[in-house]
Design a protein around this ligand. Structure first.
Ligand code: MD3
Ligand code: FE
Length: 214
């Protein structure tokens, strides 16, 4: 029997890219505290659909917590200490969000990660994020920690160009991924979220990305 009989090209095991640490279920220890914190943050700084610089409304709804928040409008992408919608600082970074990010970064070999920004992305079925790089942070040596909650999603990891066929990672509730080193500037995105019901979050996927912006 040939190897090609055992694995088609789409389900053959492929090694994870260098710089990416996938910690399945790592956030479940903090599940209740994270969901409570997200409810409090989104009550204070509501989720909203930002405009891209090109004038498109993003399908993902966003808000932030922590000293800095990521925003997009007709002028471009940037970090801001103020929520432009409320003219006030973003809500403080809740302790459990910082804790899970610091613990995950440490588990991935980043000993001194101190996030100063947390972007909260909310996906309803059909929402997606097209391939992009995260380049608005000052220091690309710091990793980005992402926490997936609610409905599952297929994360697309495109490597160093938009052209390569992206690797597909199925991320589910509680998964944490640490993106550092050579993966830090990789193109990445999220395929349209399939409809479903999550016992804790309903018809929704929430993704937290904890970042060192400055
Ligand atoms: C890989 N969010 O907010 S998180 C984003 O699931 C973003 O909501 C996606 O891409 C989401 O910018 C993916 C995982 C992620 C975040 C940042 C990265 C992967 C990354 C930066 C570099 C490489
Ligand atoms: Fe990104």
């Amino acid at each position: 029997m040939q190897e090609s009989d055992l694995f088609t090209s789409s389900d053959a095991p492929r090694p994870l890219p260098v710089g990416l640490a996938w910690l399945e279920g790592f956030a479940l220890t903090w599940e209740d505290a994270l969901l409570e914190a997200i409810t409090r943050v989104t009550a204070a700084a509501p989720l909203r659909h930002l405009m891209t610089p090109g004038g498109q409304r993003m399908s993902v709804a966003m808000t932030n917590c922590g000293p800095l928040g990521w925003i997009s409008d007709r002028c471009g992408y940037r970090y801001s200490a103020l929520d432009p919608q409320r003219g006030e600082p973003w809500p403080a970074l809740p302790a459990p969000l910082r804790e899970v990010a610091v613990a995950a970064a440490r588990a991935a070999g980043f000993e001194s990660f101190e996030p100063d920004a947390c972007l909260i992305n909310a996906y309803t079925p059909g929402a997606r994020m097209s391939l992009h790089q995260d380049r608005d942070e000052r220091d690309f040596n710091a990793p980005i920690v992402s926490v997936s909650l609610g409905l599952p999603a297929v994360f697309l990891f495109g490597g160093d160009t938009r052209r390569n066929r992206p690797l597909r990672l199925p991320l589910t509730h509680g998964d944490v991924v640490v993106w550092g080193g050579p993966a830090r500037l990789a193109f990445h995105g999220v395929a349209p979220v399939a409809d479903g019901q999550h016992p804790r979050l309903g018809r929704q996927r929430i993704n937290l990305t904890l970042r060192r912006a400055r």
